[in-house]
Design a protein around this ligand. Structure first.
Ligand code: PAZ
Length: 324
C-alpha cells in the first residue's frame, strides 16, 4: 500500500469513485442538446429574483437499468412504474413550480394517469371516411391530458428528459444540477427514481451478448458511488433536497430513512413501503416524522396531492429561513 492510499479519507475515496464512474461511462448521445434545452429552460424560468422568484423542481421518476453487455441485450432493472413522479409533477405545476421531469423511457408520464394503458389504440377510432376521432368514453380524459400537457410544455414550465441506464441517469442529473445552481434556495430536487445500487463498469463490460453455452454466469457488480452526498455538497449546495427510501420490510423502513437523511444531509426523506406506497408515505426530517395518507373517502384521491402540499410548505419555510 502506498502513502497516498494510506492518507485517503472516505470523502477522497468517494470522489475517486465518482470520477471513475463518469470517466468510464459511455458519453450521452444527445448531451449538447440536453445542455441547450436546460439552459433555455432555466433562463426562461429564472427571470425574477428575491422572494417572488420562480421555483424550479427536478423530479426524477422510474427505475434505472444496469446493462450487462455493451451491445445490450440483457440488463438488471429497478422497480418503479413512474406513477409517483408523474403525479407529483402535475401537483408541482399546479403549485406554481416549473418542473424538469427526468424519467425512465416508457414509464408513466404527467397528465396521462387517467388514460387507458394503450391510449393510441384504445382512445381513438377510424371512421369509414378514414378520419381519426376520439372514442366517446375517453374524450374528456384525452382533451384534458393533451390540453394540460401542451399548456405546460409550450408554456415553458415543463421540460421532459428521458433516461434508461444508470449511466444516462447520473450524467443527466449532473447536467440538471449544474444548470440549476444559480437558482439558489428556489431550486428543489425531488428524487423519486429507483436508482441502481450496483453496476458493471463500462470498461469491464463485455461487448457482445453473453452466451449461455459458457455455463453459469459469474459476474462482479461494483457499488454505484453515492451521488446524493455530492449532489447536496457540491452540485447544488443550497437547493432543497428530498430523497425517497423504499423498503419491503416495514421493520427497517424508518431506521433506513433516518440513516439516509443524516448520511446524505437531505432536507427530508420520504419513506414508503412497496405494498402500501399508494396509500401512505412518511416524511422524515431532522425534527419530525409526518405520516401522509391518501384521502380514502375520495376514490380518485392520491397520496401525492397532500405530499406535495406538505413539501411545498416545507420548501417555503426553508426559503424564508435562508433568504431572510
Ligand atoms: O414509481 P412508483 O409510483 O411505482 O413507485 C414509487 C417509488 C416506490 C419508486 C418511490 O416512491 C421510491 O421510493 N423511490 C426510491 C426507491 C429507492 O429506495 O431506491
Amino acid at each position: 500500500m502506498d502513502a497516498t492510499s494510506n492518507s485517503e479519507t472516505p470523502q477522497d475515496t468517494l470522489y475517486d469513485e465518482i470520477d471513475t464512474f463518469f470517466e468510464s461511462a459511455p458519453p450521452l448521445k444527445d448531451g449538447p442538446d440536453i445542455s441547450r434545452k436546460l439552459k433555455e429552460f432555466i433562463e426562461r424560468n429564472s427571470q425574477s429574483t428575491g422572494k417572488g422568484a420562480s421555483r424550479v423542481v427536478c423530479v426524477t421518476s422510474g427505475g434505472t437499468t444496469v446493462p450487462l453487455e455493451k451491445r445490450c441485450v440483457r440488463y438488471i432493472d429497478n422497480f418503479s412504474s413512474g406513477h409517483r413522479g408523474a403525479a407529483s409533477t402535475e401537483y408541482f405545476l399546479k403549485a406554481g413550480y416549473s418542473v424538469i421531469f427526468l424519467s425512465r423511457r416508457g414509464t408513466c408520464q404527467p397528465f396521462c394517469r387517467s388514460l387507458p394503458e394503450d391510449p393510441l389504440l384504445e382512445c381513438f377510432e377510424v371512421s369509414k371516411e378514414l378520419n381519426v376521432r376520439v372514442c366517446q368514453p375517453h374524450s374528456e380524459a384525452v382533451r384534458t391530458a393533451i390540453g394540460e400537457h401542451c399548456a405546460a410544455v409550450k408554456g415553458g414550465l415543463l421540460l421532459k428528459l428521458p433516461f434508461t441506464t444508470i449511466f444516462e441517469y447520473l450524467q443527466i442529473l449532473h447536467l440538471i444540477a449544474m444548470s440549476m445552481k444559480n437558482l439558489g434556495t428556489h431550486a428543489m430536487f425531488y428524487l423519486a427514481a429507483a436508482v441502481s445500487d450496483f453496476y458493471v463498469p463500462w470498461k469491464s463490460m463485455v461487448e457482445h451478448k453473453i452466451q449461455s453455452s459458457s455455463g453459469p454466469l459469474d459476474m462482479r457488480l461494483v457499488q454505484v458511488p453515492k451521488m446524493l452526498s455530492v449532489l447536496r455538497k457540491d452540485w447544488a449546495p443550497v437547493a432543497f433536497c428530498i430523497s425517497f427510501k423504499l423498503e419491503t420490510d416495514s421493520k427497517i423502513l424508518l431506521e433506513k430513512a433516518e440513516i439516509a437523511l443524516k448520511k446524505y444531509n437531505m432536507h427530508a426523506v420520504v419513506a414508503n413501503e412497496l405494498l402500501t406506497r399508494k396509500e401512505v408515505v412518511i416524511v422524515v426530517t431532522s425534527s419530525e416524522k409526518i405520516s401522509v395518507h391518501r384521502d380514502k373517502t375520495e376514490a380518485s384521491a392520491d397520496v401525492e396531492s397532500p405530499l406535495i402540499k406538505l413539501l411545498v410548505e416545507k420548501h417555503s419555510s426553508y426559503i424564508e429561513h435562508l433568504d431572510s
